[in-house]
Design a protein around this ligand. Structure first.
Ligand SMILES: C[S@@+](CC[C@H](N)C(=O)[O-])C[C@H]1O[C@@H](n2cnc3c(N)ncnc32)[C@H](O)[C@@H]1O
Ligand SMILES: [Zn+2]
Length: 319
């Protein structure tokens, strides 16, 4: 672990807003599905002395860190090492029943981004891994780049990174591997992208930023699992229970927004469809018409919060 200075702990994104919007209730059971450093979890536990909290994370290092931080709340906390796509099983196994609230602060934590060995950042030279769950058997980013076709690599970089030089970057990656030197480290990838797009790493945003984001999303299958997680989460809520989700880029936010709209009853079928087939049902009410975003102060203190969007829904009684 690197740089686990107490300062980092202050950087829980939209902390007050999230807890307020969750409407934390006396005696309630809350799930933090992305425990991370435990910032939101701590704020929920502090909001009411009677609440219990289950923290889920797929990153063992995060769980160890948060467990220690949340030591003062022992007796009211449980910790589960799992992917949040398993939320139904996790709650079932814990015999937790339906819960009063769920929070998900998506993406990577500063613990992961600031690690000099896990391969999430081009700021450190490390094996190009990027798995949030380091114990998983899923492929590392370097393995994806070694095994996928040029078109598949370009597709990932374009779709998950919105990178307009995606094809060029993919061609360079494949040419390099055909030359017998596949990419193995963060530095190799960052340098290759900078050369492929002919931009200097000194530019304000490093030219490899979008490629790194895209690979991380692909390695962790972040977009594939999101919609079902939202559906399962909503199904795990008591009536009046709340679900608060913080996203960090437009691809994620679009999925959250549309899934919530559909579960609030909005039909997304093409105009002339005789009958609805998109699965629109009314299970929730949207609490935040517009997403809540950080204020200038928060962005100044923590520039990583600048793209955050918080959306909250409330479960309604079955109709
Ligand atoms: C942005 S951080 C959360 C920070 C936390 N809210 C705080 O205040 O400290 C996201 C965390 O979610 C975890 N995570 C991301 N996707 C996950 C998934 N599908 N299942 C379980 N954990 C996940 C990551 O490992 C990371 O620790
Ligand atoms: Zn429909």
């Amino acid at each position: 672990m690197t740089e686990n200075t107490p300062d980092k702990l202050h950087f829980t994104v939209l902390k007050l807003e999230t807890v307020e919007m969750l409407d934390v209730r006396n005696g309630g059971i809350y799930v933090d599905a992305t425990l991370g450093l435990g910032g939101h979890a701590e704020a929920i536990l502090q909001a009411n002395d009677e609440v219990r909290l289950m923290g889920i994370d797929q990153d063992g290092e995060a769980l160890r860190f948060a467990r220690e931080r949340l030591q003062p709340f022992e007796g009211r906390t449980t910790f589960v090492s799992s992917n949040f796509s398993e939320i139904r099983n996790v709650l079932h196994e814990a015999k937790a029943g339906e819960v009063d609230g769920i929070v998900a602060d998506l993406g990577v934590s500063s613990l992961q981004l600031d690690s000099d060995e896990r391969g999430f950042s081009f700021r450190f030279d490390a094996p190009l891994d990027m798995r949030m769950d380091a114990s998983s058997e899923g492929p590392m980013a370097s393995e994806l780049l070694a095994e996928l076709s040029e078109v598949e690599i370009a597709d990932i970089i374009y779709r998950h990174g919105e990178e307009r030089f995606s094809r060029r970057i993919a061609r360079w990656i494949v040419e390099r591997r055909e030359g017998g030197t596949p990419i193995r480290t963060t530095k190799e990838l960052a340098d290759l992208v900078a050369r492929a797009v002919r931009r200097k790493p000194k530019d304000k945003i490093h030219p490899a930023t979008r490629t790194f984001q895209a690979l991380r999303i692909a390695v962790n299958r972040e977009l594939e699992i999101l919609e079902q997680f939202l559906i399962d989460g909503i199904d795990s809520l008591k009536t009046d229970g709340r679900f608060a989700v913080i996203t960090f880029h437009s691809l994620e936010d679009r999925i959250v927004k549309q899934t919530f709209q559909r579960l609030a009853g909005k039909c997304f079928c093409p105009p002339r469809m005789p009958k609805c087939i998109c699965g629109a049902v009314k299970k929730i009410e949207i609490v935040t018409r517009k997403p809540i975003v950080p204020g200038d102060d928060e962005i100044q203190q923590n520039p990583r919060s600048r793209s955050a969007k918080l959306r909250v829904v409330r479960r309604i009684a079955d109709q």
